[in-house]
Design a binder for this molecule. Structure first.
Ligand code: GTP
Ligand code: MG
Ligand code: NA
Length: 343
């Protein structure tokens, strides 16, 4: 029997926005992980990173917020902003409980910003707007890790004027799209008016504010949507990759349910359904219990929400973005094979 605490799963947050607005950089800054090997700094797939609740507490300390963390830290799904990847943006968002829409303060709303905005509204997903790259304002004085109001106090009148001018223009652009938005600390009508938090993903101004908003949004979403752990497995393949000593493996994001070592799974392959057995479940970072092996942690069971590396045979031709299905003791494997290929 699960305890009350165990029934709550990590919320999942989607990073969305036009190309090069700084989605990946913001995630790198927030989680302290650096995403390696991005060709030309362009994200070409969905990625997942986890942020622990303790990490959030440490990073929001300066705001002396009385927000108590009653929820686990979020799992972030990064999506590409490149126009070609509409499908991945839509799939990424489909996995998430809420989102961060990243806008470059120097560019304002761009084509994929509007595409993302429409997706967010279509899926009725709550989101925060990160107005990124404030350090690009001419004459910006760097204040590492500072809450945005602290950072603003250090700026000249000219910087503040440029900031206000660009901010107002962007608020107007959102209004043209039918969306009310306002700086988060002036926002009195959460829910109807979307909060904007100015950030810099290089030196961290506004990051404590962004994290705090994330926590608040998490709590609100948890209460409204009851993000509780359910048995039904919901799992999506993010990447197929060769790992030294393991052969071809897959990275998945487990949104609901649990996966077991030794469990039978069915995934969507180029040449048809692939039925295989989970040989090992690995996570790249130390969470709870478990035996550590190199950089990875082995698990016998993993519960949602998590990003997981699965070791199994015959994974060479798995199609990314498709769902992974678990074969239960009473399941009809032929039916699951058909279901898998519908994706
Ligand atoms: P795609 O995944 O390709 O859509 O891009 P992205 O939104 O993930 O942007 P990415 O994190 O790759 O950043 C794009 C470029 O902007 C990189 O050169 C970053 O170093 C730079 N950048 C990101 N955030 C900031 C910021 O706050 N300030 C400044 N000056 N540069 C930034
Ligand atoms: Mg990126
Ligand atoms: Na980029």
């Amino acid at each position: 029997k699960l305890s009350e605490e165990d029934k709550v799963r990590s919320p999942i947050c989607c990073m969305m926005g036009h190309i090069d607005t700084g989605k990946t950089k913001l995630l790198d800054y927030i989680t302290g992980n650096v995403q390696e090997g991005e060709a030309g700094g362009t994200t070409q797939k969905m990625g997942a990173t986890y942020l622990s609740a303790r990490n959030i507490l440490e990073k929001t300390m300066e705001l002396k917020s009385d927000t108590k963390l009653k929820v686990p830290g979020p799992l972030f799904i990064d999506t590409p902003g490149y126009e070609f990847y509409t499908n991945l943006r839509s799939r990424g968002l489909g996995l998430c409980d809420f989102a961060i829409l990243v806008v470059d303060i120097m560019h304002g709303l761009e084509p994929q910003t509007i595409e993302c905005l429409n997706l967010l509204r279509m899926k009725n997903t709550e989101f925060i707007i990160a107005l990124n790259k404030v350090d690009r304002l001419y004459g910006w004085r760097i204040c590492e890790n500072a809450p945005i109001l602290e950072a603003m106090k250090q700026q000249t009148k000219d910087v503040i004027n440029e900031f206000n001018m660009r901010l107002n223009e962007i608020i107007n652009q959102f209004k043209e799209q039918g969306l009310n938005s306002e700086l988060y600390y002036k926002n009195k009508e959460m829910g109807e008016t979307f909060s904007i938090v100015p950030t810099c993903a290089i030196s961290g101004e506004g990051i404590p504010d962004l994290l705090l908003l994330l926590v608040q949004l998490t709590q609100k979403t948890m209460v409204e949507k009851l993000i509780t752990y359910v048995d039904k497995v919901q799992c999506t393949v993010l990447e197929v990759k060769v790992m030294e000593g393991y052969g071809t493996t897959i990275d998945v994001v487990l949104v609901n349910g649990e996966l077991h070592e030794g469990g039978q799974i069915v995934v969507c392959g180029l040449q048809g359904p692939i039925v295989t057995t989970i040989r090992a479940l690995l996570t790249p970072h130390p969470i709870k219990e478990l035996h550590v092996n190199g950089n990875h942690v082995h698990h016998e069971v993993i519960k949602a929400a998590e990003c997981i590396n699965i070791i199994a045979k015959d994974l060479e031709h798995v199609i990314v973005g498709t769902a992974l299905h678990v074969v239960g003791p009473d399941d009809d494997i032929e039916a699951i094979k058909e279901l898998v290929m519908e994706d």
